[in-house]
Design a protein around this ligand. Structure first.
Ligand code: FEO
Length: 396
């Protein structure tokens, strides 16, 4: 049965939720499912904004049919070609063969790579600032390359003042009841998974997100309609504010992410003691055991806080694999402007600390504090004063 949600009188959410998915994009563990948003604009012409993942195709096509209520589908706007939004495009073309497909030049090429249908005869090709007249409104297109793929574009409806924002402002997690973000407590319920989503999916492309935010700032926006997560209609400054910070690589607050891996518990012991010393100095601390946590949580915490502690053993003359993944993920997601402390551990020939410093030392605006510690298998009484100095320096 269909499940439609009214966004405005003329715009209906026709997306669907997948609560069975456990790994999003083959990479990110998610506990509470995912929703794939799609929107139908009913004006003199009917316009669908994006399709959905294959896993929810049945619900999606029921929703479109119900929302159209016997009308034909005049246009599909393809804002983003990643398959979580485009996998049902081929089936849509089979079901609605007369629908025109609104794309930009980069999208054209991608459609041909993913699908065998004839895009040329169906395409309406648009560029920056172009409009599509659908009756009482002219939709405007805003290019947003690398938020999150090169072809991404956003769509603005100047009548209802809606920005269809593609992956931007999305979230992990299926919707519970309301499709609107104001149904959730921002700090407690919304922000943790929004942060993990943004930092891991788009975090590398801060400069491009900044460009998109500048374009958005020129628009009068009452609704933000992303392709995942919830629709924003109140307090837009909250979500725009954290996106601005994240994309400038500015921490949300002062605090320390202590990220450690441990083989026999000695590095864990060190991380725990150091976290206590940091906390005693008045800063919030989050300790993550990266042997049990996915690296995406480390990336999220590294964006939240302005300081990071890395504690890792040396194994096989390398950084412990779990911590190697973390350190490279921080570098790969372009973490910047942080103060970092490095502690390594080894029974012989400990080299992990040097490798961590090499990988993170080149990050823009980032300082690795000079005081460090190489644990010789386990912490000794004499190491505690070194941890005191590290706590002093990282919190200074
Ligand atoms: Fe939700 Fe980049 O796709």
């Amino acid at each position: 049965m269909y499940d439609l949600r009214k966004i405005t009188d003329n715009i209906t959410w026709v997306g669907a939720c997948d609560r069975r998915i456990r790994i999003f994009e083959g990479t990110y563990p998610i506990e509470d499912g995912m929703n794939y948003n799609s929107y139908l604009i009913a004006d003199e012409k009917t316009v669908l904004v994006d399709t959905v993942d294959k896993a929810v195709a049945n619900n999606f096509f029921e929703n479109i049919s119900a929302a159209l209520n016997g009308r034909s589908l005049d246009y599909l706007i393809v804002q983003h070609m990643e398959p979580d939004h485009s996998a049902t495009l081929g089936e849509l073309v089979l079901r609605y063969p007369d629908t025109k497909i609104v794309v930009n030049q980069k999208t054209m090429g991608m459609i041909s790579r993913f699908f065998g249908f004839d895009i040329e005869s169906r395409a309406v090709v648009v560029g920056e600032g172009d409009t599509l007249d659908i009756g009482s409104r002219k939709l405007t297109f805003v290019m947003a390359p690398m938020v999150h793929w090169p072809e991404v574009m956003l769509t603005y409806d100047p009548v209802d003042k809606v920005l269809f924002s593609a992956d931007a402002f999305g979230n992990f997690g299926a919707i519970d009841g309301s499709v609107f973000a104001d149904s959730l407590d921002f700090e407690g319920e919304f922000l943790p998974e929004a942060r993990r989503y943004y930092t891991n999916i788009v975090g590398k492309y801060g400069a491009q997100v900044q460009m998109a935010l500048k374009k958005a700032a020129a628009l009068d926006i009452k609704y933000l309609c992303p392709l995942h997560g919830l629709v924003w209609r109140k307090d837009l400054d909250k979500i725009l504010g954290v996106y601005d910070k994240w994309s400038r690589y500015e921490a949300e607050e002062k605090g320390v992410a202590v990220l450690y891996g441990s083989v026999y518990g000695n590095s864990a012991n060190c991380a725990q003691i150091l976290a206590g010393k940091i906390s005693d100095k008045g800063l919030p601390v989050k300790v993550l055991d990266m042997n049990v946590k996915h690296f995406s949580h480390a990336v999220a915490m590294a964006f939240k806080y302005d300081r990071i502690v890395i504690v890792t053993p040396t194994v096989n003359a390398e950084i412990l694999v779990s911590m190697d993944t973390v350190v490279r993920a921080l570098a790969g997601h372009n973490v910047q402007n942080r103060k970092i402390a490095v502690i390594d551990n080894g029974t012989w020939a400990s080299v992990a600390g040097k490798s961590v410093r090499e990988i993170l030392g080149g990050l823009k605006g980032t300082t690795i504090i000079e005081e460090g510690l190489t644990i010789a298998s386990s912490l000794k009484e004499g190491d505690l004063s070194v941890l005191d100095r590290i706590a002093e320096e990282i919190t200074a």
